[in-house]
Design a protein around this ligand. Structure first.
Ligand code: GDP
Ligand code: MG
Length: 469
C-alpha cells in the first residue's frame, strides 16, 4: 500500500460515516497517523499534524460546509501545508544552465534527459553534458537518452576530469547554439570530500543558474539529512524527488523537504522520459488522495497535441469514456492515447479513478496491450463501433483466426472492455457531472484546486476538439 492509498482510506472513512463526532475524529486521526508513519513521515511532524487536525475539526464551521466536509478539508489543508503547498515554487522561467547533483542511483541521469525533454517541449534548444567521468557506463547511458529526446549531447568518454568536460561542453554546445545546457554530474555512495570538491569545481566552471539536488523518494525522511549536507557544502536551489511512483516512503521524502524549506521543483514518477512533473503540492495531493488531477492530465494532453502526431489522438472522447460508452473503437483510440501519456493506470490516476480499479485491472501490461492491438486490427468497422457484447462466438473465432491470437485472448479483451465500462458507469450514469458531485460532497470543491468547475469544462472542450470521427 502506497502513501496515496493510505490517505484515501482515511478520507473514505470520513466520507462514509454518518456523523462526525469525537470518536470518529479520533479514529480518523489514528488512521492518518498510521498512514503518515508508514510512509516514513517524521514522527514529530505526525504528532503536530494530528494535533492540528484535532484542534481544527471542531472549530466554527465555515458557511456552506457540513462538519464532515470541514473535516476532510481540514485534513487536506494541513497535509498540503506540510508538503510545501504554502509556497509556490516558481519554476525557473528562462534557465540557461542547470546542474544536477546527487548520490549514486538517485536518478540524475534519467532526470537530465527528462528535463531536456521538458524544456525542449517548451521551445528551448537543449544541450546536455555528461560530467560523470567516474562511472564508465555513464557516457553511453546519457548519450542514448539524449538520442531518444533528440537533443544535443556532449561528452568525452576518455576524459577523467569532470570540469574539463564541462568547459569543453559549454563551448561546443554554445557553438551549436544551445540556449539551455544541463550538466549531469557523477554521484558517490555518500557526499564525501572528493564529490564535494568535484561538484564545486564543476559549479564554478559552469556557473549554474540552477543547481538541483536529485534525491530518490525511497530514502523517505532521510532526504532531510542528504539535502542539508549538500546544501551546506555546495548550495542547492531546489530538489528533484525521483521514484515517487514506486515508493511507499513518498510522504517522508516530501515532508522532509518542507521541514528544511528546500523547494521541490520536479518529481520523477516513472522510468520513462516523459515521467517528470513540475511539482505542485496541491495537484499532487489531490491526485494521490483520489480526487483526480484533470489539470495535469490536460496539460499533458495539450503538450502532446502540440506535437506532430495529433492524428493518433483523434477520436478520444473523455466525456464518452467517463459515461462508460466504450466501444472497441474508443478503446483502441485510448490505447494509442495512453501510449503517449504513459501507462494506463497513470491515466486513470490523473482522472482520480485509478484507485477504483483492482490491481489486475490496472496491470494491463505492455505485452497485453500489444496483443489487444493486434486483435483490434482484425475487427471490422461495424464491430469496432459496437459494444463488447456484439462479438458472438463466430465473430470471436473469425477474429482470433484473422489476428493469429487465441480465442481466449479475444474473450479477454472483451471482458476487459466490459470491466472498464462497468467501472466508469459505477461512477454514475452521469460520468463527469457525478465526479464533480463527488468532489462537492467531499468538501474539496471549496478549495483552490476546484477541478469540478474549471477543469471539467476544459475537459469537455477538449473532448470537442479531439472528437471521434
Ligand atoms: P544516477 O546514478 O543518479 O544517474 O541515477 P539514474 O538516472 O541512472 O537512475 C537510477 C535508476 O533509477 C534507473 O534504473 C532509473 O530508471 C531509475 N529511475 C530514475 N528516476 C526514476 C523515477 O522517477 N521512477 C522510477 N520508477 N525509476 C526511476
Ligand atoms: Mg548517472
Amino acid at each position: 500500500m502506497g502513501f496515496g492509498d493510505k490517505l484515501r482510506d482515511a478520507v473514505d472513512k470520513v466520507k462514509n460515516s454518518m456523523h462526525v463526532d469525537n470518536n470518529l475524529v479520533k479514529e480518523v486521526i489514528k488512521e492518518i497517523q498510521r498512514a503518515l508513519i508508514s510512509s516514513d513521515v517524521n514522527i514529530k511532524l505526525v504528532l503536530t499534524i494530528s494535533k492540528e487536525i484535532e484542534e481544527k475539526a471542531f472549530e466554527k464551521l465555515p458557511t456552506g460546509l457540513t462538519r464532515k466536509e470541514h473535516l476532510v478539508k481540514t485534513f487536506y489543508d494541513i497535509l498540503l501545508k506540510y508538503i510545501g503547498g504554502e509556497e509556490e515554487n516558481k519554476l525557473p522561467e528562462n534557465p540557461k544552465t542547470i546542474l544536477l547533483c546527487g548520490l549514486f542511483g538517485s536518478g540524475k541521469t534519467t532526470s537530465a534527459s527528462k528535463l531536456a525533454k521538458f524544456y525542449k517541449k517548451r521551445g528551448f534548444k537543449v544541450g546536455v553534458i555528461c560530467a560523470d567521468t567516474y562511472r564508465p557506463a555513464a557516457y553511453d547511458q546519457l548519450k542514448q537518452l539524449c538520442e531518444k529526446v533528440d537533443c544535443l549531447f556532449y561528452g568525452e568518454p576518455d576524459e577523467k576530469i569532470a570540469y574539463k568536460v564541462v568547459e569543453n561542453g559549454l563551448k561546443d554546445l554554445h557553438e551549436k547554439s544551445a540556449n539551455l545546457i544541463i550538466v549531469d554530474s557523477a554521484g558517490r555512495s555518500a557526499l564525501d570530500d572528493e564529490l564535494t570538491k568535484e561538484i564545486k569545481k564543476i559549479y564554478s566552471v559552469f556557473n549554474a543558474d540552477y543547481s538541483f539536488l536529485v534525491i530518490s523518494a525511497d530514502i523517505g525522511q532521510a532526504v532531510k539529512d542528504q539535502a542539508e549536507a549538500f546544501n551546506k557544502s555546495i548550495g542547492v536551489n531546489g530538489v528533484i524527488i525521483t521514484k515517487l511512483d514506486g515508493s511507499a516512503k513518498g510522504g517522508g521524502a516530501l515532508t522532509a523537504c518542507y521541514i528544511i524549506k528546500s523547494p521541490i521543483y520536479f518529481i520523477g514518477v516513472g522510468e520513462k522520459i516523459d515521467d517528470l512533473e513540475e511539482f505542485n503540492a496541491d495537484r499532487y495531493l489531490s491526485r494521490i488522495m483520489g480526487y483526480g488531477d484533470l489539470s495535469s492530465l490536460l496539460e499533458k494532453v495539450k503538450e502532446i497535441s502540440n506535437e506532430e502526431n495529433l492524428k493518433e489522438l483523434e477520436g478520444i472522447d473523455p466525456t464518452q469514456l467517463m459515461k462508460g460508452n466504450i466501444t472497441f473503437a474508443v478503446f483502441k483510440k485510448q490505447l494509442d492515447f495512453t501510449n503517449k501519456l504513459g501507462p494506463f493506470s497513470k491515466v486513470l490516476g490523473f482522472l482520480g479513478v485509478g484507485n477504483k480499479l483492482d490491481d489486475g485491472q490496472k496491470k494491463i501490461g505492455e505485452t497485453k496491450i500489444k496483443k489487444f492491438r493486434v486483435i483490434l486490427s482484425s475487427l471490422t468497422k461495424k464491430e469496432l463501433n459496437n459494444e463488447p457484447g456484439f462479438l458472438n462466438r463466430s465473430r470471436i473465432k473469425r477474429i482470433s483466426n484473422g489476428s493469429g491470437t487465441k480465442y481466449e485472448e479475444v474473450k479477454e479483451l472483451i471482458s476487459y472492455i466490459k470491466k472498464m465500462r462497468k467501472m466508469f458507469k459505477r461512477m454514475g450514469s452521469n460520468g463527469i457531472n457525478n465526479m464533480a458531485r463527488q468532489l462537492k460532497t467531499s468538501g474539496l470543491d471549496n478549495m483552490s484546486m476546484d477541478p469540478s468547475n474549471m477543469d471539467m469544462s476544459k475537459l469537455k472542450d477538449l473532448s470537442k476538439k479531439i472528437k471521434f470521427k
